[in-house]
Design a protein around this ligand. Structure first.
Ligand code: NAP
Length: 473
């Protein structure tokens, strides 16, 4: 299979093509067009031309297009899940869950398209304001560049393309090089649903090469980026006056207080730690357990983790499959070995086989080890103890990241203390930090990013507030 670039409502050939391989068995999946800088400029021009059509399209039509895309995804659910499983090595169960979430995301975008509105402003609250009637409207920004990572190739594209189209913008999308197929599939759905040519363009190829053009072109009014903190920061620092939102990484923590029902919380935490090989921005990486229950917790946690089945992502019962690259397997092994050499105890895993890194549990990890303080983005967790709850909060906050945190406790005072003190974008009480539904506000503080997604909140980021004031007297 060969995939060209999607520009101006049609596939256009690229100057060169890169091989896309299945991360699990390294089989060739397709040859993917690699955009030149001129191709990227063409995509921006197409989006720029489609801008007027998008601004003039009524909300109900934008909503209907988004509803149709959700319907096409529902019709092709299994096929889309297989696409994600093959290009991202995401186990089929998780890939299917992602497609279901993507359907929800586009459905929420359709709802949101119908209710974008401003408000009246009480002008007479200030001296001199009497005799003026004023209101705000939300207008689309124009052309938005969306840059997405590999780990939720359909749903994270939906979190950008959905609200952008809902708000009447046009888009140039750069999906991750490892996961272009699901993105091109979405372009085809939008086209069939009646989106005007040029309103959604997709360019694949080198992130840094394409990024250079997107950052510099003044026709692009906003860059919405999801990916690693290093790239996010670089984009932020080189994008001039463009609006930029960044959804970046983290080393998410969960706190388990004494008194909680371990048999109930442990399967949930195992899932939050190892789902999709730990390659989720809110994967659990650090587990802090009250010292009175840490032995029992660790034993049960290891035994629950042993139940996970590693294998081919296309098999129904696979829980864990290959990491995205063999290089990431190597890096993970180095970080785990370093932690062990510096005093951590290995309780499970610690090695890899053919791209699959075994679910790994470490205890007593020095907190300056990379497996604790950097984003490991792999199936690796550590369990450390705490004595009092304030210490647990400090341990969670002792991080350069702040995306989401989870607290399991039966004590309402501790829950409220956590809600107040935790330096994160979302506090999940009696829930894992990995919890997300697609309409909630989602984003981080510190190095985890800036701006919020969750359709309504993304629409706010992707529109400009305009004030209209009438002198009535
Ligand atoms: P990545 O390497 O930063 O890549 C993300 C996207 O940026 C890809 O499309 C990539 O293209 C592109 N890119 C690379 N260099 C660029 C540059 N100089 N300018 C513009 N674009 C550039 O991240 P990843 O490995 O795909 O994803 C993992 C990271 O994403 C983790 O840190 C994870 O925590 C984070 N993440 C965050 C969230 C969230 O919502 N907070 C959600 C999911 C993932 P290429 O693929 O061609 O390099």
């Amino acid at each position: 299979m060969k995939k060209d670039l999607w520009i101006g409502g049609e596939y256009r050939s690229a100057a060169s093509y890169n091989e896309l391989k299945n991360p699990y068995n390294l089989e060739l999946l397709a040859k993917i067009g690699s955009a030149s800088q001129e191709d990227v400029r063409l995509a921006i021009s197409a989006a720029h031309q489609a801008k007027t059509m998008m601004v003039e399209m009524p909300a109900f039509e934008r909503a209907e297009i988004l509803e149709k895309v959700a319907r096409f995804l529902r019709d092709d659910l299994d096929e889309c899940a297989r696409l994600i499983a093959m290009e991202a090595a995401k186990p089929l169960k998780a890939a299917r869950a992602e497609v279901n979430r993507t359907i929800m995301t586009y459905t929420f975008a359709a709802h949101e398209a119908r209710r974008i509105h401003g408000e009246t402003v009480p002008m007479d609250a200030a001296p001199g304001g009497q005799g003026s009637l004023a209101f705000t409207v939300r207008e689309p920004l124009g052309v938005i560049a969306a840059i997405t990572p590999f780990n939720f190739p359909m749903n994270l594209v939906a979190h950008k393309v959905g609200p952008a189209i809902a708000a009447g913008n046009s888009v140039v999308l750069k999906p991750a090089s490892q996961t272009p197929l699901s993105a091109y599939r979405i372009a085809e759905y939008f086209h069939t649903a009646g989106l005007p040519a040029g309103a959604l363009n997709i360019v694949t190829g080198s992130g840094s090469k394409i990024g250079e053009v997107l950052k510099k072109d003044d026709r692009i009014k906003m860059i919405t980026f999801t990916g690693s903190p290093e790239v996010g920061r670089y984009i932020r620092e080189h994008s001039g006056l463009k609006r930029v939102t960044l959804e970046l990484g983290s080393n998410s923590a969960v706190v388990v207080d004494e008194g909680v029902q371990l048999n109930k919380v442990i399967p949930r935490i195992v899932n939050g730690a190892f789902a999709y090989q730990g390659q989720v921005c809110i994967s659990i990486q650090r587990i802090f357990v009250h010292e009175s229950i840490i032995d029992e917790f660790t034993e049960q946690f290891v035994s629950e983790t042993r139940k996970l089945k590693a294998g081919n992502p296309l098999e129904e019962d696979t829980d864990i499959s290959a990491m995205i690259t063999r290089g990431d397997v190597e890096r993970t092994k180095q970080w785990v070995d370093e932690a062990i050499n510096n005093g951590a105890d290995l309780r499970l895993g610690g090695s890899a086989e053919e791209g699959i890194f075994q679910p790994t549990v470490l205890v007593n990890v020095p907190l300056n080890e990379k497996v604790s303080c950097e984003e490991v983005f792999a199936p690796v967790v550590h369990i450390n103890s705490f004595r009092d709850f304030s210490e647990a909060i400090d341990l969670v906050n002792d991080s350069k990241y702040g995306l989401q945190a989870g607290i399991f406790t039966n004590d309402i005072h501790k829950a409220l203390q956590a809600a107040k003190k935790l330096e994160v974008g979302g506090v999940m009480i009696n829930e894992i930090p990995t919890f997300r539904v697609d309409q909630m506000p989602y984003g981080g503080v510190k190095m985890s990013g800036m701006g919020r997604e969750g359709i309504k909140y993304a629409v706010e980021e992707m529109t400009e507030l305009k004030l209209i004031s009438f002198k009535t007297e």
